[in-house]
Design a protein around this ligand. Structure first.
Ligand code: ATP
Length: 244
């Protein structure tokens, strides 16, 4: 039902000059869901997240977020509506401490909700990522790859997202660390009811934590279904056989 709808994207088309990156993409995410967007390199996944968060302007189509059209709003305005994008390549401020990185994540939320709300968020983040509490005085640049990715996600959580967009949080991580990061995304939803739209290349691991998924190819959604349906899909199995 409309009440449970967090985001509803309809017929979204985006291009870079003459290159059309997305063609009539429709997708939705409901409250409390983890939805995964699967697809090969260059399929258009990052373009979709960047368009949702206002970094790119679509040629056409609509993005309804919590009942409001957000196409045309600035990225700043969209962030202020607690639609939070954690971009790929674990962007943390390497010369700041873990704690300082977390505080920066809460900047908008702080302006709105004050110090006490931030302390609540910190508690939540440390419950989910105890390693970050242990390392809170450490410079972010000296964390391991997996820890930096956890910090990047934690910084997103600090903004108290109503929708969290995660762009390939396992990129470049060893398989076991990738599993751990995806497990934390599942915890985030299970413990705190956070709604997540996730880009992943680890097809099986991400479908294992997701409720639903979409497959994008050459800028178009070519398949969608429940995680179970996609895990049992013959074409997906063939394409990704042997992938973790
Ligand atoms: P990856 O997993 O490699 O990041 P992706 O699915 O996220 O891939 P996008 O980065 O969204 O794919 O790219 C979609 C298409 O748009 C690709 O053909 C890409 O070359 C093109 N593209 C992306 N950014 C630009 C840009 N700034 N200028 C021109 N073309 C671009």
């Amino acid at each position: 039902s409309k009440e449970n709808m967090i985001i509803e994207i309809e017929d979204l088309s985006v291009s870079y000059g003459p290159i059309q990156a997305l063609r009539n993409v429709s997708l939705d995410v409901k409250k409390g869901e983890i939805v995964v967007l699967l697809g090969a390199n260059g399929a258009g996944k990052t373009t979709l997240l960047q368009t949702i968060s206002g970094l790119l302007k679509p040629d056409s189509g609509s993005i309804n977020y919590l009942g409001e059209e957000i196409v045309g709003l600035s990225a700043e305005k969209i962030v202020s509506k607690q639609l939070i994008h954690v971009p790929e390549h674990r962007q943390v401020f390497s010369t700041l401490t873990v704690m300082e990185n977390l505080e920066l994540g809460s900047y908008h939320h702080y302006k709105k909700s004050g110090k006490q709300a931030i302390e609540e968020e910190i508690k939540k983040v440390f419950e989910l990522f105890p390693i970050l509490e242990e390392r809170k005085e450490q410079l972010a640049g000296t964390l391991s790859g997996g820890q930096q990715q956890m910090l990047a996600i934690a910084r997103g959580v600090m903004a108290n997202p109503k929708l969290l967009l995660l762009d390939e949080p396992t990129l470049g991580l060893a398989p076991i660390v990738a599993q751990e990061v995806l497990g934390l995304v599942a915890d985030l939803r299970n413990k705190f009811d956070t709604t997540v739209l996730l880009i992943e290349q680890n097809v099986v691991s991400s479908l294992n934590i997701a409720d639903r998924g979409y497959v994008i190819s050459h800028g178009e959604i070519v398949k969608k279904g429940s995680a179970r349906e996609l895990l049992n899909d013959k074409e997906i199995k063939e394409a990704y056989l042997g992938q973790s």
